[in-house]
Design a binder for this molecule. Structure first.
Ligand code: ADP
Length: 302
């Protein structure tokens, strides 16, 4: 069972040749709408990989909010703790270049209106879960409250510190597993991520800060992990990436669906998560690109 506290955004995907220069006007090749938001992506990735999933979040009373709730419901996610805010539903504006690289602008909206009171109302969704996941597209104070409550109830907490931001000690002390990309690792540890040595130095720094289990995702290279009992690197699958939006989210959601409570099968779970995200980067959009468990297992040859 997985519970995600996080963001729900409608993504406006603008396909462009390259980023416009300051002062330059360009036409876009195409525009599409898709469901997204780190929270939604991670929850849907977990649910499509078979986890019983619940969501804690907020939407506005608008078309986008109804759309986002529909996406969650279609993935069999429990939305009873997704409540209405006075603000509009979150939106992201994604500039997707032909190279597959993306640049993203986010309007927080309702996601920023989640309060500690909402966490209080959703306590059963946390205590019932095996894993609680959050990111930084919702207020930090709610993450602190939720993780504290999770730890009191023997729930394994997973933090994805994205978009990259410094993490207060009050939150770090209640994080069981941190999953972060190279940019986020560099910001949190002040260690430049270059090669193998820098990965373990960064993980050691995170351990000093209070997080004993780390996964650093390294884009098309793969993922490095260090836990209290294991350390290693898993190569990414070689695929033709067309849109890397939600690669990290798919990885994390898929990972949580496979992981044992004591993290003993972390290597196996990372292989599964790598395949799920390798499938996701071959399709456009966040939610539309996230694979189902059968697709992942077939691709793994099992
Ligand atoms: P984020 O999206 O958070 O920046 P990463 O780019 O590190 O995260 O990607 C997360 C994971 O997704 C990687 O560890 C890898 O397994 C997979 N992945 C990302 N990009 C590619 C790619 N181009 N080809 C294959 N797998 C990829």
């Amino acid at each position: 069972r997985v519970t995600v506290l996080g963001s729900l955004n409608v993504d406006n995907i603008m396909q462009i040749k390259r980023l416009p220069l300051p002062g330059e006007t360009m036409t876009m090749s195409a525009k599409q709408i898709a469901g997204g938001g780190k929270g939604a992506n991670q929850a849907i990735a977990a649910a499509r990989s078979g986890a019983i999933t619940a969501f804690i979040g907020k939407v506005g009373e608008d078309e986008q909010g109804r759309l986002m709730k529909k996406y969650l419901t279609e993935a069999n996610i429990d939305t009873s703790s997704v409540t209405l805010a006075a603000q509009e539903t979150g939106q992201a504006f994604i500039l997707l270049q032909e190279s597959g690289e993306n640049s993203i602008l986010v309007l927080g909206g309702a996601n920023q209106a989640i309060t500690n009171d909402d966490i209080e109302q959703a306590k059963d969704k946390i205590s019932e879960a095996d894993f609680l996941i959050t990111q930084f597209e919702t207020p930090l104070e709610t993450a602190i409250t939720a993780f504290k409550y999770a730890k009191e109830n023997d729930v394994v907490t997973i933090l994805n510190p994205a978009p990259a931001k410094r993490v207060p000690e009050e939150l770090l002390k209640n994080v069981d597993l941190i999953v972060l990309n190279e940019t986020e690792t560099e910001l949190l540890t002040e260690i430049k991520i270059t090669g193998e040595d820098s990965w373990s130095t960064a993980a050691e720094k995170l351990a000093q800060l209070g997080v004993k289990n780390t996964i650093i995702t390294l884009g098309s290279k793969g993922a490095y992990y260090k836990t209290t009992t294991a350390e290693g690197f898993i190569s990414a699958f070689k695929v033709n990436a067309i849109d890397t939006t939600a690669a990290g989210d798919t990885f994390l959601g898929a990972l949580s669906s496979q992981l044992h409570h004591d993290l003993s099968n972390i290597e196996e779970a990372i292989v599964y998560a790598s395949m799920a995200s390798a499938l996701a980067v071959q399709k456009l959009g966040a939610i539309p690109s996230i694979p189902e468990v059968d697709e992942v297992n077939n691709a793994l040859g099992g």
